[in-house]
Write a protein that binds this ligand. Sequence first.
Ligand code: GCB
Length: 591
Amino acid sequence: MLRPQDTATRDRKRLDGLWRFALDPAAEGRTARWFAGPLPRSRDMAVPASFNDVIADPAVRDYFGDLWYQNTVRVPHGWDGRRIVLHFESVTHRATVWVGDVEVASHEGGYTPFAADITEHVRAGEPIRVTVLVNNTLSFQTIPPGVIEDTPAGPRQRYWHDFFNYAGIHRPVWLYQTGPVHLTDVTVRTDLDGATGIVEYTSAASGSARTHVVLRDATGRAVAEADGAEGALTVENVHRWAPGDGYLYDLEVQLADDTGAVVDAYHQSVGVRTVKVAGNRFLINGEPFYFTGFGKHEDLAVIGKGHNDAFMVHDFELLGWIGANSFRTSHYPYSEDVLDYADRHGIVLIDETAAVGLNMGLGGGIFGAQGYTTFSPDTVNDVSRAVHAQAIRELVDRDKNHPSVVLWSIANEPESDTEGAENYFRPLFELTRELDPTRPVGFVNVMLAPYGSCRVSQFADVLMLNRYYGWYTHTGDLAAAEQAWEQELRGWASENKPIIITEYGADTYPGLHSIGNQPWTEEYQVEYLDMNHRVFDRIDAVVGEHVWNFADFATTSGVMRVGGNKKGVFTRDRQPKAAAHALRRRWRKDT
Ligand code: GCB
């Protein structure tokens, strides 16, 4: 799906701002046709934002079920005769959309875009009522999974992931126009032959038209051109996209009618680079790459998972300050603005689906919901896998052209030591490779499936390990942790695959100090990270270290969490803990 753009032939209008908003605890709105008029009992809600923390009411914060958004917007008067599309970058976790009284779209999955051609239902220059029914419940057949339990106090939403179940319209909403004959897809794949860059492209259009492409460098100079819906362009003395050097070419794809008039134009940025796994090395442009950085979250005070440009830029500034060259979009696809920014600034991404918490073994202590079998006909089953497969398709479709994305992570910490897990994951790895043969594929392994017992890592090109030696085990005893960790890691290293430590971290209450290395203090976080780094530096197969987490973040309440998950190296409002300075000394060669 092409992201809306302003081009020579296309215009877009952003529908962000204040929308009307109403909860629907009795799930009556659909039958009562709330979309057919002004939403009853509505209040204001900001878009984009999670609704949960905007309103000062715990019942709203923890609400699960149906909820409604509505806005009245005017279709630009100049769009007469054009094809008009309504596009949502993400609505969490599912949505049904009406324009006026007509249902125009339905989408499952909270982190990927969807759109509806609404040409027939609107007129240029006139207002339209856009109503969105959002539902934020999680079940065994959703990604991520959850369950609604009947308790003596009433139904409760449980889930097995350690971040707050923020929901709502999280990213921009657009109206845009194209001509009736328009591009529907563009795919680019790049390669290098010495100093020559190769850009293979494929485009798809809604009708018959002639396709012409022009590749321009960053100064706007045309460096290659071709005719045809697909082909390969070569660029002599190519400026490669590389970590720290987000050099982008611009591929303009044009459709022309019989008279030669351009009827559609779309711009696809292109970073020319290669990614490959060779033995235990991770190669970008043929050079071994070592990942430094974090697992992050889309998580902010008040707006929750709502996208915010100022915080996005600030987070990337902090990544630069600390010397991080990469991060993982834990635990779901991030805003496309983040992906674009990473492309432009040469930040490397591990791109993850929202398949987090496919592991009922993680119930104990943190998440509450216990006593379930992960893979079974009544829990995570074939239907769940089909939903997971669709989430992978939508992720690859959305992010396939981003040079920053070097590795797909198809799940975080699923159960992976059982036959059920092996059967569940085999086809999902095959699917991902089929969708994108150019990038390595992996998943993130959990401590409950240590070296020797994991049955899913056999499918992965890269081993991604989350380990908390010195935190969840050997708590406070870093010497014992160091031994145990090294022993396990040496086992994994014998598999001759690159290993990225995708999580290691210690909860740290900012301002808490001790001489005696007490867990939760700033000193302990520094010592804990140092211990991990000693282990990594002794093992050649380790090609990356992503600290958990970039910043403190909101999660479900529980005795293991003090005001959220405090493993951030920065606080939730982005102030550095002592560990941030320590990491900066390790990661920035120039300090
Ligand atoms: C993990 C999870 C992450 C949690 C983290 C923790 O293994 O992948 O989502 O937040 O541990 O802090 O426990």
